[in-house]
Unconditional design. Structure first.
Length: 237
């Protein structure tokens, strides 16, 4: 599976980068009490912080709003997923646990102030590319409705779009039957390569410590815009 960052995107946002984690032999199940408690505590702490701190004062949210605008989308109408999560917490509408994969994905997004998505690798078709959606692009999302991806970054396999830093598709959703998964971290463009790889590796390490299996970690950016999963010097642990 080859994952590519479309080179045309880099003209509008040279620092654009993705953290890619490929999991194999994982077990997706009900989250342990440790993870449920940690996620709840983090949300409660964030709620009090949001009481006095504007959303745009969070560096990750500010940076992703700017990225949205760079590609022609309106962040006030279609918000980056991390901002949507923070807005829920600000209203004390805390996120309920689902299973280990979704809960860890949510935790990483909140902790690092970045959009993130996790996808069942068995449901992906062929190679994957990060592009900007056209007028015709969209899918039925995990939010229960059809979502247009016009001017929004999208992950697209050889069948159709399936993920984005806005909302993900139901087609590639991870379930408790999933054993191989692709985790995509929409990293801050300002983050340097070393920090990006360190963050991606830390997420992979925490994920496998809870869900078992193995993780191979990569970063794609302007310097290395594509990667062949399981074929290009991953960091494996």
């Amino acid at each position: 599976m080859k994952i590519t960052l479309n080179k045309h995107l880099l003209k509008q946002m040279p620092g654009l980068k993705l953290g890619i984690i490929h999991y194999t032999k994982i077990t997706v199940s009900e989250s342990p009490q440790m993870l449920r408690g940690r996620l709840q505590l983090f949300q409660e702490q964030l709620f009090f912080e949001l009481d006095t701190k504007p959303l745009t004062d969070f560096p990750g949210i500010k940076e992703w709003r700017e990225t949205w605008k760079a590609f022609g989308a309106d962040p006030n109408r279609y918000r980056p997923s991390v901002e949507a999560l923070y807005r829920r917490i600000k209203k004390q509408n805390y996120l309920h646990t689902v299973h280990t994969a979704v809960d860890l994905n949510t935790f990483f997004s909140l902790q690092y102030e970045i959009p993130a998505g996790i996808y069942d690798a068995a449901k992906l078709v062929g190679d994957i590319q990060l592009t900007v959606g056209g007028e015709e692009d969209g899918y039925d999302g995990l939010n229960g409705r059809f979502n247009s991806l016009h001017n929004i970054l999208q992950l697209k396999d050889e069948y159709s779009p399936f993920g984005s830093p806005y909302v993900d598709s139901i087609r590639t959703a991870v379930t408790e039957e999933t054993t191989d998964a692709l985790h995509v971290l929409f990293l801050r463009p300002s983050m340097d390569k070393e920090e990006a790889l360190k963050l991606t590796t830390a997420c992979g390490n925490m994920f496998t410590s809870i869900s078992g299996g193995e993780a191979s970690c990569y970063v794609i950016d302007e310097e290395s815009p594509s990667v062949l999963v399981n074929g290009k010097e991953p960091f494996t642990f």
